[in-house]
Design a protein around this ligand. Structure first.
Ligand code: COD
Ligand code: ATP
Length: 197
């Protein structure tokens, strides 16, 4: 199966772009959603997360997100330990999912693709970009978050320039209609590349 990674910084519009690919009939895997599902349901992951963070990591059986976020986005060591527990499970879950798809290619949306070396398992990578200030403004509206928390998350992520250098496709997501046109063009280009290979 041909795997196209879709990545971008927090608030760049990855999910917005992923939905546009989905509307074109491309199967889309949202790694973050699946990671959170596994963190809620896998006994092995739950046990390891409790060992790492303590009992407060779950509240009434659900993930205690503010508690986790407050720790991991201020402590890179713990962030990496959590990722080492969760991400290998997501990788095998993705593989099973991808093997069931029958389309020309699939999209794998991952917020931290390059940062974790996940791009090496992709045939192509699409980077979604948007100016930092615009991303912050979107998140302040969407999440009722603080600028401080957003900056803390951004510190753990590569810059757009670094991601663009290693990506085969770039979608600049500022004007939504222009974004839609870029998605259509990238989809056509990928299909063309695949028909030649
Ligand atoms: C840490 C958690 C609890 C924070 O939840 P919260 O609702 O506050 O934020 P949200 O989920 O919207 O994430 C905000 C941003 O943080 C970044 N981020 C999230 N998880 C991670 C991670 N494991 N490593 C690095 N950055 C991350 C992403 O850019 C994301 O867009 C949550 O993100 C989580 O459970 N993450 C683990 C799942 C995971 O690893 N996802 C990353 C992609 S596989
Ligand atoms: N081109 C755009 N014009 C206006 N608003 C947009 C545009 N693209 C995305 N948004 C809005 O910005 C917010 C962030 O977009 P989205 O959730 O797609 O980003 P993301 O990269 O997936 O975020 P995260 O990294 O937090 O998962 C959403 O509220 C979305 O509706």
């Amino acid at each position: 199966m041909i795997i196209v990674g879709l990545t971008g910084g927090i608030g760049s519009g990855k999910t917005t772009v992923a939905k546009m690919f989905s509307a074109l009939g491309v199967p889309v895997y949202i790694a973050d959603d699946e990671a959170k599902k596994l963190m809620r349901t896998s006994k092995v992951i739950k046990r390891k997360l409790i060992a790492l963070f303590g009992e407060n990591v779950y509240v009434n059986g659900d993930l205690n997100k503010p508690f986790i976020a407050n720790i991991i986005f201020n402590n890179e060591q713990v962030l990496q330990e959590m990722n080492a527990i969760v991400h290998p499970r997501v990788a095998s879950h993705f593989e099973k999912w991808a093997n069931k798809q029958t389309s020309a290619y699939v999209i794998k949306e991952v917020a931290i693709l390059f940062e974790n070396g996940g791009h090496k398992a992709c045939d192509y990578v699409i980077a979604v970009t948007a100016p930092k200030q615009l991303r912050i403004e979107r998140l302040l509206v969407r999440d009722n978050s603080s600028e401080e928390k957003i900056e803390a998350i951004m510190k753990n992520q590569w810059t757009d320039a670094e991601k663009v250098k290693l990506s085969q496709f770039v979608i600049e997501n500022v004007d939504i209609e222009k974004t839609r046109n870029q998605v259509t063009a990238v989809h056509a280009e990928i299909l063309k590349k695949l028909s030649k290979s």
